[in-house]
Design a protein around this ligand. Structure first.
Ligand SMILES: Cc1cc2nc3c(=O)[nH]c(=O)nc-3n(C[C@H](O)[C@H](O)[C@H](O)COP(=O)(O)OP(=O)(O)OC[C@H]3O[C@@H](n4cnc5c(N)ncnc54)[C@H](O)[C@@H]3O)c2cc1C
Length: 401
């Protein structure tokens, strides 16, 4: 197929925006139209997250996550520098709090080195206290390349770049039905019908449904996991200098509740990971019948719950108990007390799950005729977004995906 002249992108989160930006650079003569269902871009995961620049420590060597986090971090830092976007490479500590976590900490160190991270350092307790004087635990891994950033500002800068090229960003344009007729895509939206030669979908929490509406079913289902945060009281913020993370449970794709310094000031603790009753349900009480039915009729969810009953139950209990939440945090910073925490925001992770109840760990893109669907782009996809955008542009160009 010749290079597409008109490209339609569905979804204006950081991945859709970065894809539009990278395609605009790669195909100067193409005309792009980005369709976003909300009144503005970047309203969901891309601005409801921890604001961390991940360096690629955790991911299986050779996986797309490992490759694209490492490459994407460098691209993101350069993009922030060029566009005056607030960011800071402050480094992070991953803390082992008992003997069982020490072996996993060493394994993370090996993984990080295999993924090409430099400057990683295993620290004894005295050494970690020099960096974070209030931290608990036995030993830590210092990851100097990690940092914090304003992802809302990244989305805004990407949007400006895309618009400055003359490409269209259409908001309040929920894509409903997408058909390929005579080599032309027809996308019906709430804001009218759009035509294109190539379709890219990056619909985050609706990635599976949007891809299915375009005739592409990969068999996986998006299961929404809400992540709730607490804010640390101003007079207790001195307990955390930068980023303090636990050693993650390898059977679970989320990193465990951690402490994050925010780029515009303040410290947050979280996020936990509870099943959400609505794909865009930021409050505990949010409920969407279609989303619940979708989840309950998916055999993968039942298999997942059967495999991880304890973890799911304890996350659920912790969501309703500040004391339990605080106990998890005290493993990292023993001095933190429930009274130091006030309710913060929340985000909902779009996590793809297979019918056998496994969480899809890696980024997952689906190639179809004149179309590419981003099905799974969980953390660290904000960090890696520019590199994911490059992969999408290369795939549209006919290159490897
Ligand atoms: C709690 C939490 C913490 C995280 N922390 C980090 C972190 O610290 N660092 C990091 O790198 N990553 C982090 N992530 C992951 C990161 O935020 C996501 O991987 C990334 O934002 C995904 O971007 P996206 O564009 O795919 O999705 P989204 O930002 O969700 O964008 C998808 C867009 O598609 C639109 N859309 C959906 N359906 C339609 C339709 N039918 N028509 C038109 N538009 C549609 C939506 O409105 C939305 O704007 C975190 C995520 C969460 C939830």
């Amino acid at each position: 197929m010749s290079l597409p002249k008109r490209i339609i992108i569905v979804g204006g989160g950081i991945v859709g925006l970065a894809a539009a930006y990278q395609m605009g650079r790669r195909f100067p003569s193409a005309r792009l139209t980005l369709l976003e269902k909300e009144a503005a871009t970047g309203r969901h995961q891309s601005t409801h997250n921890s604001g961390v620049l991940h360096a690629g420590l955790y991911y299986k060597p050779g996986s797309a996550k490992a490759r694209l986090a490492v490459a994407g971090l460098q691209q993101m830092i350069a993009f922030c520098d060029e566009n005056g976007i607030p960011h800071e490479i402050c480094g992070k500590l991953v803390v082992a709090t008992d003997d069982s976590e020490l072996a996993r900490l060493h394994e993370l160190h090996r993984r990080g080195e295999a993924n090409g991270l430099s400057g990683l350092r295993l620290l004894r307790r005295e050494e970690m206290l020099e960096i974070e004087p209030h931290v608990g635990g036995l030993a830590a891994l210092r990851v100097p390349q990690e940092g914090i950033v304003d992802y809302a500002a990244v989305c805004a800068a990407l949007e400006r770049k895309v618009s400055a090229r003359g490409d269209k960003i259409v908001t309040r344009a929920r894509a409903r039905r997408m058909r390929l007729r005579n080599h032309t895509w027809l996308v019906e939206t709430a804001a009218g019908e759009f035509e294109g030669d190539f379709l890219v979908t990056c619909a985050g929490l609706f990635s599976d449904r949007v891809a299915r509406s375009a005739g592409a079913d990969s068999g996986v289902r998006i299961v929404p996991f809400r992540g709730e945060y607490y804010a640390i009281r101003p007079d207790r913020r001195h307990l955390v200098h930068n980023l303090i993370y636990p050693v993650p449970d390898p059977s679970f794709p989320f990193l465990g509740v951690h402490f994050t310094r925010l780029i515009h000031g303040g410290i947050e603790a979280g996020p936990n990971a509870v099943l959400a009753l609505a794909r865009e349900g930021y409050r505990k009480t949010d409920f969407a019948l279609r989303d619940v039915l979708d989840a309950l009729t998916f055999p993968g969810l039942w298999r997942f719950l059967g495999k991880h009953p304890r973890m799911c139950w304890s996350e659920q209990r912790r969501s309703f108990s500040k004391r339990l939440f605080c106990e998890a945090l005290q493993r990292l910073v023993p001095e933190i007390q429930p009274g130091d925490l006030s309710a913060g925001g929340a985000g909902v992770r779009a996590q793809a799950m297979s019918p056998d109840g496994e969480l899809v760990q890696d980024f997952h893109l689906l190639n179809r005729e004149q179309a590419l669907h981003v099905i799974n782009a969980p953390s660290p996809a904000a960090t890696a977004s520019l590199a994911i955008g490059d992969v999408i542009a290369a795939a549209v160009d006919g290159g490897a995906c």
